[in-house]
Write a protein that binds this ligand. Structure first.
Ligand SMILES: Cc1cc2nc3c(=O)[nH]c(=O)nc-3n(C[C@H](O)[C@H](O)[C@H](O)COP(=O)(O)OP(=O)(O)OC[C@H]3O[C@@H](n4cnc5c(N)ncnc54)[C@H](O)[C@@H]3O)c2cc1C
Length: 331
């Protein structure tokens, strides 16, 4: 088995909140012990100003599943790659798959340093859908959103995830290991151009009630990132000797906080499906995987719409677009 990774997991990346339910998946992957040793931040509470001006705080001590974690994503991704190598896979970092063409039963993958033939492919390239054309898959964009994110150090933490709805969209912040902090504003890409400008971003951030006080005067900005964050799926979920997993299969709005758990779960299921394909059970593997994948998306859209509608109290474009349509959903 070979893992091709375009990057090197050495850059800041958003997606920090790992739900407690991930514990079972991390155990299944055999990475629970190194995960604990990595000493990520135990999430103690989620504080929010969402449906109204009032501030709500939910403490993880009252959750049956226990506390989740606030991750250093680069370090978390490195940990998974190390476990993949320890399990016997060949890991090639800095190796982007550029295209794929059918060869025999499998696929010829084209990389900058040559081609490789694979008997099956798990397509887990995140929100990069460049390989969709090679696999004959269709990308379906269900909603647009962009994240204007800044990372800081010298920012002491309080082990809380904080979410705040604002007229322009919504903000979140969490403290990360090593006195680091992430702060992001999520809005529609056509409304957020100004947030690329540091002055506008800091001006909008200063108007938040819960987020702004989290950044002490000594905090220092270390990185900035603009990333698309809307909802998208691919169809089909799997095809001839290929299986989509993680965001490549179903990229969720970060408000759902489900992306990493979905990536871990679908990655495990995709491995079973790919192994069934190689063993000659192609049709069964594809049908079963597509069925499981569609279940994952079933309740998502209505739950997300209800969540947004609950906060839609401003007469601004971002929230007006999220009001329930009187004649039902538009097509
Ligand atoms: C602003 C923001 C906040 C978020 N917050 C949360 C959160 O709090 N909790 C949560 O659970 N989720 C969150 N998410 C979602 C979460 O980050 C993703 O769902 C998760 O990272 C998906 O994992 P993945 O492995 O599918 O994709 P990724 O983590 O994107 O990994 C895909 C990898 O594929 C590599 N790659 C891309 N193209 C190629 C190629 N052609 N060849 C080889 N390698 C390639 C990339 O370099 C990358 O390392 C957030 C997302 C955003 C945008």
């Amino acid at each position: 088995m070979v893992l091709f990774e375009a990057g090197r997991h050495d850059r800041p990346k958003p997606g920090e909140m790992l739900a407690a339910v991930a514990q079972g998946l991390l155990r299944q992957l055999g990475v629970w012990t190194p995960f604990l040793a990595a000493a990520f931040v135990d999430n103690r509470a989620v504080a929010s100003a969402w449906a109204g001006e009032a501030h709500d705080e939910r403490h993880s001590i009252f959750s049956a599943q226990g506390a989740g974690w606030q991750l250093d994503r680069a370090r978390f991704d490195q940990l998974l790659v190390q476990a993949t190598a320890a399990a016997g896979a060949q890991v090639r970092l800095g190796s982007a798959v550029r295209s794929a063409v059918r060869e025999g039963q499998g696929w010829r993958l084209n990389l900058a340093d040559g081609d490789i033939v694979a008997s099956a492919v798990i397509w887990a390239a995140g929100r990069s859908w460049k390989l969709a054309r090679s696999f004959g898959a269709k990308l379906r964009v269900h909603g647009h959103l962009a994240a204007y994110t800044r990372f800081f150090d010298r920012a002491p933490g309080d082990c809380r995830m904080v979410i705040e709805a604002r007229p322009e969209g919504w903000w979140y912040s969490a403290d990360l290991p090593d006195r680091r902090r992430v702060v992001a504003c999520l809005t529609d890409p056509d409304l957020g151009h100004e947030l690329r400008d540091p002055k506008s971003w800091y001006h909008a951030m200063a108007a938040t009630r819960l987020i702004a006080p989290l950044l002490p005067p000594g905090a220092r900005e270390t990185a900035t990132l603009v990333k698309s964050a809307g909802t998208a799926t691919v169809d089909p979920a799997a095809g001839e000797r290929w299986v989509a997993a993680g965001d490549s299969l179903f990229a969720a709005d970060p408000l759902s906080s489900r992306g990493i758990v979905h990536a871990l779960r679908s990655g495990i299921l995709a491995a079973y499906a790919a192994s069934d394909m190689v063993d000659g059970r192609d049709e069964l593997a594809r049908t079963r995987y597509a069925m499981i994948a569609s279940q994952g998306f079933a309740n998502y859209a209505s739950a997300l719409a209800a969540h947004y509608a609950a906060a839609a109290r401003w007469d601004t474009a971002f929230w007006q677009r999220r009001l329930p349509h009187p004649e039902g959903p538009t097509k």
